[in-house]
Design a protein around this ligand. Structure first.
Ligand code: FAD
Length: 536
C-alpha cells in the first residue's frame, strides 16, 4: 500500500474528485488504481470562505515500486506503515500470579484489557460503581441530590472522561501506533467508525457509557475480574517490593504487580502513597474558569458561510496568550455544543469541567480558560502542596456559590471591569445544579485573575465576540491535570517500589482519554514482560 498525504480538496467535493486528485498526483491511470481508504481527514479553515479538506490516504496501485522510485524524496508519497498492534507475549498456562489494576478509567481499562487479551487474567479494583449506577449518582447530583464522594464525575467505571466530550486525540508521540489500538478497540465496542479517520474524533457521553460496558464484558470473558466499590486503601511494601494491597472491603490482596491508574482526583490515595514513601514530586498544573459563549458565534467566526456544514460539525478553538506578568493563559478541554458540569468529588468543594453529546447540539460552547501554575513559584514546599491549593480554591468556590454546590459565575464584561454580576444576559448558564452570580475575582489568586483579564480581550482578536460582555465565566477549574507526578523508571515501575506501575493521568503520564489509554497499553506490556520473565 502507498500512503499519500496532504491531498487537498474543497469542502463540498465529490467522491470522484478524490480519485482524480490521486491520479493527478501520481500520474497513473484509473486502471492501475486499486482500493483507496481514508487514513485521516482533517480540514484547513484558515480561510473560512474556502475551507479545504486534507486527506491522508492508503491506496493500492499496480506499479507501487515504480511510483516509490518516481516520488523518491517526496514526503507525501511513501509506503504505508504497518499500524497493526502486536502483543508482546502471552501468559503461559501455568502462570499462577495475577496482575492487579487499580482504577478503571481509560488507563486502567486499557491496561486491564491488554493484560486480559494476553491471557494474564487481571484483577481490576475500582473504588466507584459500575457505569450505569454511577450515571444515576452523577446525574442525581446535577439535579441537586447529595454528592456521593465515591461515585461521581471523577470516580467509577470509565473514569474521569466518561461524562465528557469524549475527544479522542492527543499530542503524545506515538511511534508504535498505540493510539490506533485504542481507537480500534473503541470501534469494536461501538464507537462510530469515523473516529479512525477524522482528525479530531469525539464520541460524547452516552456512547462512552455503552462502550465501557462492552469492554468490561470482554475483560471478564477473557478471564479478568472486576471488583467495583473496592478502594485500595493501603499498599504493603517489603524491601522495596510491592507485596500486597489493603482494600476498603477489609480484604488483604497479595500482589507483586499492580498498575496504579487512579486518576488525578484520588487525593486520599496520593496521601497514602506519600506516607508509604512511594516517590512523588509536585508538578505544574493550571487553574481558571469555564467560559461559555453561544456556539453559533464560534461557528460563524471559525467557518463563516460554511457554519453548520455536516462535515465540519460544531466549531472548536484553541487559544493561548502569554501575559505581561509572565503567565500563560490557554483554553483547555473545549466542548463545542456542550454543557459545563459539576465535577466535585469531595464535600464542600466546587469544581467545573465540560461535556457534550456526540451530536454537540447544545446551545453553548464551553472551554476552560486556565493559567499555568508551578510548584516552585505557586505552591512550594511539599510534594502534595498542589492538592492543598486545589482544595482551597474549590472551597472558596463552594462558599462563593452559596455553599450548596451551585457554582459562582460572572458575566465576562463584569469580570473585565471588576463589577459583581447581578443579571444574566443572552448566554444562559448550562451548569447544574445552578449558578450564583457574583464577583469571581475573589476565588483565584490575584496573578491568575489579572492574567485572565489580560487574555480574554486578546482572545477576542482571534475569535470576535470572545470578550462579549454577556458571555459567562463559571468557577473554578482546578483539575486540569494531576498536581503530582509519581515517578517511574524506564521499566515503568515506581523509582523506589518494584512491582508498582504508576500510570495514566494521576501519575503524570497522560492528559486525556487517548493518552491515558495509550499509557495503559504501555504499562500492560511492561507488566506482561515482567511476569513472563519471573515465570521462567
Ligand atoms: P481516571 O479516568 O481519572 O480514572 C481513575 C480511576 O481510578 C477512577 O475510576 C477512580 O474511581 C479510580 N480510583 C481512584 N482511586 C482509587 C483507589 N484508591 N482504588 C481503586 N480505584 C481508584 N479527556 C479527553 O481526552 N477528552 C475529553 O473530551 C475529556 N473531557 C473530560 C470531561 C470531564 C468532565 C472530565 C472530568 C475529564 C475529561 N477529560 C477528557 C480528561 C480525561 O477524562 C482524563 O484525562 C482521563 O480519564 C484520565 O484517565 P486515567 O485512567 O488516567 O484516570
Amino acid at each position: 500500500m502507498l500512503r499519500l498525504t496532504d491531498i487537498k480538496l474543497p469542502l463540498d467535493h465529490q467522491d470522484t474528485d478524490l480519485t482524480q486528485a490521486i491520479l493527478n498526483k501520481l500520474g497513473c491511470s484509473a486502471a492501475q488504481l486499486g482500493q483507496v481508504s481514508v487514513f485521516k481527514r482533517g480540514f484547513d479553515a484558515r480561510n473560512k470562505f474556502d475551507i479545504q479538506l486534507i486527506y491522508t490516504l492508503d491506496i493500492e496501485v499496480d506499479n507501487q515500486q515504480a511510483l516509490l522510485a518516481k516520488f523518491d524524496g517526496d514526503p507525501h508519497v511513501r509506503l504505508s506503515p504497518d499500524t497493526r498492534y502486536k502483543f508482546v507475549g502471552h501468559a503461559p498456562e501455568a502462570l499462577n500470579e495475577r496482575p492487579v489494576v487499580i482504577g478503571l478509567g481509560p488507563c486502567g481499562l486499557f491496561a486491564g484489557l491488554l493484560l486480559a487479551q494476553m491471557g494474564f487474567k487481571p484483577i481490576i479494583l475500582e473504588r466507584g460503581k459500575e457505569v450505569r449506577e454511577r450515571t444515576k449518582d452523577t446525574f442525581g447530583f446535577w439535579r441537586k441530590k447529595p454528592l456521593n464522594t465515591e461515585s461521581n464525575v471523577q470516580f467509577g467505571e470509565g473514569g474521569a472522561g466518561t461524562f465528557s466530550d469524549g475527544k479522542l486525540y492527543s499530542q503524545v508521540k506515538d511511534r508504535k501506533h498505540y493510539g490506533r489500538k485504542v481507537l480500534s478497540e473503541f470501534v469494536d465496542a461501538g464507537a462510530p467508525d469515523e473516529i479512525m479517520y477524522v482528525s479530531k474524533p469525539h464520541i460524547g457521553t452516552f456512547k462512552l457509557v455503552a462502550m465501557v460496558e462492552r469492554m468490561r464484558a470482554q475483560i471478564i470473558e477473557l478471564g479478568g475480574e472486576i471488583r467495583f466499590s473496592t478502594r485500595v486503601d493501603d499498599v504493603h511494601i517489603e524491601h522495596g517490593q510491592l507485596t500486597g494491597l489493603s482494600l476498603s472491603t477489609g480484604e488483604h490482596l497479595p500482589c507483586r504487580h499492580a498498575v496504579l491508574a487512579v486518576g488525578h482526583s484520588a487525593r486520599d490515595t496520593f496521601k497514602m502513597l506519600y506516607e508509604r514513601n512511594v516517590y512523588i514530586e509536585a508538578k505544574p498544573f493550571s487553574v481558571g474558569f469555564r467560559i461559555e459563549h453561544e456556539q453559533s458565534m464560534i461557528d460563524e467566526c471559525r467557518f463563516g458561510p460554511n457554519a453548520g456544514h455536516p462535515i465540519l460539525g460544531a466549531a472548536d478553538y484553541k487559544l493561548v496568550h502569554h501575559c505581561n506578568n509572565g503567565r500563560a493563559v490557554y483554553s483547555f478541554c473545549m466542548c463545542p455544543g456542550g454543557t459545563v458540569v459539576a465535577a466535585a468529588s469531595e464535600e464542600g468543594r466546587v469544581v467545573t469541567n465540560g461535556m457534550s453529546q456526540y451530536s454537540r447540539h447544545e446551545r453553548n460552547a464551553n472551554s476552560a480558560i486556565v493559567v499555568g501554575i508551578e510548584p516552585e513559584k505557586d505552591f512550594p514546599g511539599h510534594p502534595l502542596a498542589g492538592i492543598d491549593l486545589q482544595r482551597k480554591l474549590e472551597e472558596q468556590a463552594y462558599v462563593l456559590g452559596g455553599s450548596n454546590y451551585d457554582a459562582p459565575a460572572q458575566l465576562i464584561g463584569d469580570f473585565l471591569t471588576g463589577k459583581t454580576s447581578s443579571e444574566l444576559g443572552e448566554v444562559k448558564p448550562s451548569y447544574t445544579p445552578g449558578v450564583k452570580l457574583t464577583d469571581l475575582s475573589k476565588v483565584l489568586p490575584d496573578y491568575a485573575i489579572s492574567a485572565i483579564r489580560e487574555a480574554i480581550p486578546a482572545f477576542d482578536k482571534q475569535i470576535k465576540g470572545f470578550a462579549k460582555a454577556d458571555g459567562l465565566l463559571t468557577g473554578v477549574e482546578t483539575r486540569t491535570s494531576s498536581p503530582i507526578s509519581i515517578k517511574r523508571g524506564a521499566d515503568f515501575q515506581s523509582v523506589n517500589v518494584n512491582g508498582l506501575y504508576p500510570a495514566g493521568e494521576g501519575a503524570g503520564y497522560a492528559g486525556g482519554i487517548l493518552s491515558a489509554g495509550i499509557d495503559g497499553i504501555k504499562v500492560a506490556e511492561a507488566v506482561a514482560l515482567s511476569l513472563l520473565e519471573t515465570s521462567q
